[in-house]
Write a protein that binds this ligand. Structure first.
Ligand code: SF4
Length: 214
């Protein structure tokens, strides 16, 4: 199949998040998202973009030497062709990760793909969209990300960790909302409470700020 997808940008950068942080990676940013998180830093990807055939997307990815590819958005799964894109990237031998909001069904994602799935915290304004049934489709190599904006988010995330025993399933990431949650304070809380999670800050933002395509 050679479906077309609406693409906001394809760029080569350093992976700034997840347990793959620091690796040179090709990012494919798909256009569109049904959510509107308060802290969203990619609102420019809600609309616009350019329709590209899957074969052309793969050709563009091949211009870079890395084997790491991240499919992101927006919410990539909002486009039906995304699952095919992920599978074909894996067929080509890439180490593929998918960044997804957790609001859409992940049950049909190719097992070779690392799903980095958000659980939307209360301060995102999109908590009601969390699709908890997705947790049953996570593999040990997938990751669940909580973006923490305040104390209420932290307590909520702790509760969900316990309620769904998420750290027993896969890696868990706690990340501060830039400019809202003090990063060191969050790190201190994780240590104080001895949580089995990975603290992260967005490395690409430390390096390049909010520049799109970095
Ligand atoms: S899911 Fe991601 S792209 Fe969509 S509004 Fe939230 S932060 Fe932005």
């Amino acid at each position: 199949m050679n479906p077309s997808l609406r693409i906001s940008e394809i760029f080569y950068s350093i992976q700034g998040e997840s347990s793959h942080v620091g690796r040179p990676t090709v990012f494919i940013r798909l256009t569109g998202c049904p959510l509107r998180c308060t802290y969203c830093d990619t609102a420019y990807a809600f609309t616009g973009g350019e329709k590209k055939f899957l074969a052309d997307i793969l050709a563009e990815v091949k211009r870079y030497a890395t084997r790491e590819v991240t499919v992101t958005g927006g919410e990539p799964l909002a486009q039906w062709g995304c699952t095919e894109l992920l599978a074909q990237l894996a067929d080509e031998g890439y180490r593929v990760s998918l960044e997804t909001s957790g609001a859409l069904d992940v049950s049909r994602i190719d097992r070779r793909v690392v799903k980095v799935m958000d659980l939307k915290t209360p301060s995102s304004g999109e908590e009601a969209k969390n699709r908890y049934e997705n947790l049953a489709f996570l593999n040990a190599w997938d990751e669940v990300k909580f973006v923490i904006g305040d104390e209420g988010d932290y307590r909520w995330a702790k509760e969900k960790l316990e309620q769904y025993r998420i750290a027993d399933r896969c890696e868990v990431l706690f990340s501060p909302v830039a400019g809202k949650q003090d990063a060191a304070a969050l790190a201190d809380k994780i240590l104080h409470d001895q949580l089995p999670v990975r603290f992260q800050v967005q490395l690409h933002k430390l390096l390049w700020g909010d520049t799109p395509g970095r």
